[in-house]
Each structure stands twice: as C-alpha cells, then as structure tokens.
Design a protein around this ligand. Structure first.
Ligand code: SF4
Length: 465
C-alpha cells in the first residue's frame, strides 16, 4: 500500500533524518532520507513504526490523534498552577552571575498584607493543582512570611481541596535546624544552587561567612540523613549553573553531585543576564558548552550502568520522556498557561526571568498586581494573550512550523526580548533555538544506540521530572 504522509515535519541530516508529526511522535531514522518515505525502499520495520505512530493518513488512529491534540491544546484548561513567589530581593551572597541583581539592601521583602492578596489571587484560579515555589533573592531571609504563606495556604485549602505543593529555591546560606524542621514537617521541597566543584562554586557564590559549598553540601547530606531515617521529605534538587570556570570539569561535576546524594543533575547554561552579561568573563561559545555537556552526559551514562541506578540530566531526561510518551511536559516554559511569577510587592509576571528583567528597570512583561487585578482581568490583557499564543510555536512561529521538535520546544518571548530585542525574536539566528536543536538531536540519536537504550530504560524507570 502506498504511504500517504500525514502532516509531517522533517530535517534531513548526515546519517539519517528527524521526522515528526502533529500528534507528537518524533524519531531519528538512521540511514533514511525524506525521499524514501513514500517509496518502496522503506524497510518493513520502519514502515511499521511509522504506521503505528500515525504518520500515514490512510491508516490513522483518529481517536488517538484527536485525544493527543485535545491534550496539546488544553481542551480542559483550568488556569496556571505553578506560582513563583519572590519573598525578598535581598540576598546573603554576592554571586558573580546573579541575574536578579540581588543584594543586601533592606526594604524589599514581601509583607503579610501582600501575601494575603497573593493567596486570594492564586486560590481564585480554577484547577485542582497549586504549587507555590519560593524564590528570591534568598527566600530564607524572609522565613517568617514563608511560614505564614505555607500555614495560611493549608488552612485555605481545607475548603478548596487542591493538590498543594511547596518548594523553596535557596542558596542554603541561612538554613538552620529549626527552618529545616519546618520545611520537613510541612512538605516543602528544597532546591539548592550547587555548582559542584568547590573552588568554582565558592568563586562564583561569594560569601563573607566562609565556604558556601561546605554549607550546601552539609545541608544536602542532612536532608539525605533525614530521608534515610524515614522522613517523607522529597529528595532535594539542585541546579548547577555552568560558567566558563566549570568547563574543564564535566566528570567531576557529575561525581560531586552523586557523592552528595544527588542523582538528578540540572546543567543550566549561563544566561548572560544581570551581572553575567557583557564582558563578565563567565560565558562561553555554544560549542564549548556542548563539549562540556556531552562529556558530563557520558559520565552519567557510565554511572547509570555501573551503579544500576539512574544518574541523569534533567533536560535530556525531559526530552527523552516527552518523546517516549508523546506528551509535552507542562512545566516547559508555558508562561501564563501553566505558570506565573510574583515580585515581593505583588507585581505579576509571566516568569521569573521577566520579573528579573523588571528588577533591572524594564517592566515590559508586567501583567498587573495582586492588590488590584483579578486573574480573569490578567487573561484579558493583550500581552497575556500573546504569551499564550507563543506557547504553540507551530502556530505562531513560521520557523517552528516545519521543525520536527516544535511539539515539545518553546522559546520564551522573554528570552527573545532580552537577547534579540523583540517579543517574537528571530529564531534562525537565536542561540536558544540552536541549543534546543542540538539537545533534541542528541537525545533522539542516542535513542537509536544500543548501549544508550539500556541507559535510557533505567532513566525512564526511575527518573522524575
Ligand atoms: S525554537 Fe528552534 S528548535 Fe525550537 S521548535 Fe522552533 S525552530 Fe525548532
């Protein structure tokens, strides 16, 4: 039977092609080019794979395609459920790459009155889930308001019955046993900033009170000990900001994480924002980052096979999981649709990056304030609507419309605005687009490798996103 192709996007490369369709199936097909897709040269195995995956319009599973499209376009949308709350713009460290340009100047803490308005705002949004993620500055410096919000949210939730989740993103400089007791007993997950190699971490994350590396490693181990004693506290998370100084140490970075009980590793490329912008000396070329990342990933693969447990990178894992399940991770930068961010004074932004941009004097992305605005009022604003449209690159970005990764990829307009000076940006020249193409290509190619298939099976069995 002739293969009638259904709504495909593809990219031919040396060694094979990337092929995707509008219901989220995407593959790397080694040794195949787009010319072969309709012809008799397609192997029976590849042909069967594409048939099962709804690539042929004359043999579609229409119910399955319909269900996936309904999910993708939020047929049962109930509003954002991730709320990033800046408790203070003060910070106890003086990090070389701080994008929030935080410092120790007083007077920039969230008050209880603003917290009350914030809680009224987030509880007014329909939907069964509610995640409050505390950020800063350093959120532990305003711990009284963190406690206030957690306790009041729990009281409000007795009537609302949402799935409530809390997390705090912290440098751990101001952690103590009492604060950890509260976080533990109230189910607040901890995400730390951890640059893995002591001399790099301490040079980046400058503290006037001794090594921050030692503090972070010490508290991560303390959480591990509590969990080993039966605590229900979530496994801690950590984010590693890759700076030029870390580039020579990809293997050491991975080993340091594992030594400190962290098996999920997030290797965030440096965004040249705030203090990391311009000639800070912290940045690097995309090729230098790719070389670092590839070596780090290789060590994670080796440790996964050797230890028999998943040691994995969060970005690669997300791509792996999404392309296996054909479901987009809803946490993936879906501003306004899934998440909102709030400054200490109640100002509302689509993301923490937009909030940080405002800290440096440009409030282009400010959507309102919890003291004055309702959620439905925010949704009426042209800026909010444009942000929602931008969540679907295949509909709003001509360059993405034929890209095989569009189903899972999204570049935030905040990023375009900062680095290219416009809301929609110019994706053919965007470093972020280049980064995503490289990441998707890497994971999809590795899926066709026998050794990496074994590694990915362990990741899929144990990994969490
Ligand atoms: S941003 Fe780039 S990688 Fe992402 S979908 Fe668009 S063209 Fe593809």
């Amino acid at each position: 039977m002739k293969n009638e192709l259904f709504d495909i996007a593809f990219e031919n490369t040396a060694g094979g092609m990337f092929l995707a369709n509008s219901s989220g199936r995407v593959f790397f097909l080694p040794g195949v080019s787009s010319r072969a897709l309709q012809g008799p040269d397609l192997s029976p195995r590849t042909s069967a794979l594409l048939e099962r995956s709804d690539f042929f319009s004359n043999r579609l599973n229409l119910d399955g395609v319909g269900a996936r499209l309904r999910g993708r376009y939020f047929a049962d949308y109930a509003g954002p459920y991730i709320h990033i709350v800046t408790l203070t713009n003060r910070c106890s460290l003086n990090c070389s790459y701080c994008s929030a340009s935080a410092n120790s100047a007083p007077g920039r803490d969230m008050t209880r009155a603003t917290a009350d308005k914030l809680l009224a705002f987030v509880f007014s949004i329909r939907g069964g889930g509610l995640t409050l993620e505390f950020q800063g500055g350093e959120p532990l410096l305003n711990f009284g308001v963190l406690k206030y919000i957690v306790e009041k949210a729990k009281r409000l939730n007795r009537g609302a019955r949402k799935r409530l989740h809390f997390s705090v993103v912290t440098n751990l400089q101001n952690m103590d046993q009492g604060k950890l007791d509260f976080l533990e007993s109230n189910g607040v997950a901890v995400c730390a900033s951890f640059d893995a190699v002591r001399r790099v971490h301490d040079a980046n994350r400058v503290s006037s009170a001794g090594s921050n590396y030692d503090r972070v490693a010490g508290w991560l181990r303390e959480i591990g000990r509590r969990r080993a004693r039966g605590s229900s506290m979530e496994a801690p998370n950590a984010i590693c900001t890759v700076t030029r100084a870390l580039l020579p140490y990809p293997e050491e970075t991975v080993e340091s994480y594992v030594k400190n009980g962290l098996y999920r590793i997030q290797l965030g490329p440096l965004d040249p924002l705030g203090r990391a912008s311009g000639n800070s000396g912290l940045g690097y070329t995309p090729e230098e980052y790719f070389a670092f990342y590839r070596r780090a990933l290789e060590r994670m693969g080796e440790l996964t096979l050797r230890e028999g447990r998943a040691v994995y990178e969060k970005g690669a894992f997300n791509i792996l999981k999404m392309t296996e399940t054909a479901e987009r991770n809803p946490h993936r930068n879906l501003e306004v649709l899934i998440r909102l961010a709030y400054d200490h004074n109640g100002d509302i932004y689509p993301s923490d990056e937009a909030r940080m941009l405002a800290c440096s004097g440009d409030d282009f992305f400010r959507l309102g304030n919890v003291r004055r605005d309702t959620f439905s009022g925010v949704l009426e604003k042209p800026l909010a609507r444009a942000l929602i449209a931008s969540c679907f690159g295949e509909l709003s970005q001509p360059y993405c419309a034929r890209c095989p990764y569009a189903y899972y990829c999204r570049i935030s307009p905040v990023y375009n605005y900062i680095f290219q000076g416009s809301f929609w940006g110019d994706l053919p020249s965007s470093d972020r687009c280049r980064f995503f193409k490289w990441m998707f290509g890497l994971v999809l190619r590795l899926k066709t490798d026998r050794r990496w298939s074994r590694i990915f099976r362990v990741w899929l069995r144990e990994g969490v996103d």
